[in-house]
Design a protein around this ligand. Structure first.
Ligand code: CU
Length: 485
């Protein structure tokens, strides 16, 4: 938290003795939380306008008008084949052609005239339940729409906040699992405090006939959905939707607001940004903000608004901190922050030296008990030792068969990057590797830490990976490693 914010916060406490605070300001909304905030009769509807919708991860611009109006929302349901991961197709059912669906932004007191169209090519009827609606089914009972039809209904938005919408046509779980959800933001009368960046991120779990990453078109699997055992847990409907070229962007010193939803259908999200602390979180997207939050829980069918300033440059990883989902099922995104380093906030690595436990009489190789020897190593010895080192250290990220994890950890199997340059691969193990690289045509932009191993183990593991998983290369010798140290 910046000093100015802290001062504002303390002033708020002093002035009101109410610890209900929002980002950058005293929050009067909290005091009316749980009551009807405004008399709608005092907010006459003036004029009308077409809603500006936005596709994720973008959101429509903040509302600047100071009166209620009639907002006409036109949303089209389309059933479309899309990529759920590289080489894996899925038939998504969408609101507006994207998963999550188009972001809708209105203001407290507005009258929303909602037009739901179902594309003539659709095979299923659909409807919409908006959690921002006060009325039966959240609109679902009035919006059941056959293919090639348009339904219309209207509602006043009575409560500010960030609300999920979703299809509620039977089987409801299947419609949601196919991607039929999105967010509608109802700005409070006073608007939201200005920030530099706003983004739209929504988690969902997906159930496919094949396992994670299995190529080809994958149909929905009802049994896995009933068992709540997804193959994919995703931000914005695709493995890598917010990674690499598609990462969210910000600059050092800017404030960022994330509108984060969870469509489910089954899982609760432990939303976390690695390397950041949320200065404020509107937990469950309600009026009260919590401060200095590491991980916020987002229920299925719920949302949160997370706000923070970015103080240092780097890549900040969005995850569901139920962490196998992040690294093995796809729930991983990136916020790329550019700008000047701030060594006061974060130093970077300051030192790296040998750690000698127990006075340093014996130095042990991590996970191994092989004595350090000056004898030359034979190829089969390199391979045997290399397999051990690989399994103990490398397989956790690069995976047991060297296949890697799409958009996170590059493959070693049949890897053009690995095999092209022995010295480069030695350097990567000795000194680590970061920044953008391309492996077998796929881009990666992560961080591999330096691995602290003796020359013989580095030579062994490189010999092993260069002669395993479909690779065929020369052995790497301890002398070659020593020369790169
Ligand atoms: Cu539907």
């Amino acid at each position: 938290m910046k000093r100015e914010q802290l001062i504002v916060t303390l002033a708020c406490v002093g002035a009101s003795a109410v610890a209900a605070l929002a980002f950058f300001r005293c929050d009067t909304a909290a005091s009316t939380h749980g009551t009807k905030r405004v008399d709608l009769d005092s907010l006459p509807i003036v004029g009308e306008e077409e809603a500006v919708l936005a596709a994720p991860p973008q959101v429509p611009p903040p509302i600047t008008r100071d009166h209620a109006t009639k907002v006409i929302v036109r949303l089209e349901v389309r059933e479309e084949v899309g990529e759920i991961a590289d080489g894996v197709d899925y038939v998504f059912w969408t609101f507006g052609g994207t998963v999550p669906g188009s972001f809708i932004r209105v203001r407290e007191g507005d009258l929303v005239e909602f037009h739901l169209s179902n594309h003539p090519d659709s095979r299923m009827p659909h409807n919409i339940d908006l959690h921002a609606v006060t009325g039966p089914g959240g609109g679902a009972t009035s919006s059941f729409t056959a293919p090639g039809h348009t339904s219309q209904f209207s509602f006043r938005v009575r409560n500010p906040g960030l609300y999920v919408y979703h299809c509620a046509t039977a089987p409801v779980g299947m419609h949601i699992a196919n991607g039929m959800y999105g967010l509608i933001l109802v700005e409070p009368l006073e608007g939201l405090p200005p920030v530099d960046r706003e983004y739209y991120v929504m988690q969902g779990d997906f159930y496919t006939r094949g396992a994670f990453g299995e190529a080809g078109e994958q149909p929905f699997d009802m049994q896995k959905a009933l068992a709540e055992n997804p193959d994919y847990v995703l931000f914005n409907g695709r493995v890598g939707a917010l990674v690499g070229d598609r990462a969210l962007q910000a600059k050092v010193g800017e404030t960022v607001r994330l509108f984060v939803g969870n469509g489910g259908p089954n899982l609760v999200s432990s939303f976390h940004v690695i390397g950041e602390i949320f200065d404020a979180v509107h937990h469950e997207a309600g009026a009260v903000a919590n401060h200095d939050v590491q991980t916020t829980l987002i229920p299925a069918g719920g949302a949160a608004i997370a706000e923070f300033e970015v103080e240092v440059p780097g890549t900040f990883i969005l995850v569901d901190h139920s962490i196998f989902r992040a690294f093995n099922k796809g729930a991983l995104g990136m916020l790329s922050v550019e700008g000047d380093e701030d060594a006061t906030t974060y130093s970077g690595r300051q030192d790296d030296r040998i750690y000698l436990a127990e006075g340093g009489a014996a130095q042990r190789v991590p996970g191994g008990d092989q004595p350090v020897s000056a004898e030359p190593m034979q190829r089969d010895e390199l391979m045997t030792r290399g397999r051990q080192v690989f399994q103990q250290i490398c397989a956790a990220c690069h995976q047991p068969e060297g296949q890697g994890v799409p958009h996170a950890f590059p493959p070693l199997a049949k890897s053009d990057f690995l095999m092209a340059d022995i010295d480069r691969s030695i350097d990567a193990v000795l000194h680590g590797l970061s920044g953008p690289i391309e492996v077998n045509g796929a881009k990666f932009d992560g961080v591999m830490p330096a691995v602290h191993l003796p020359d013989r183990d580095v030579a062994s593991v490189l010999t092993f990976v260069r002669n395993s998983f479909g690779n065929d290369g020369e052995p790497v010798t301890p002398a070659q490693v020593a020369a790169r140290r």
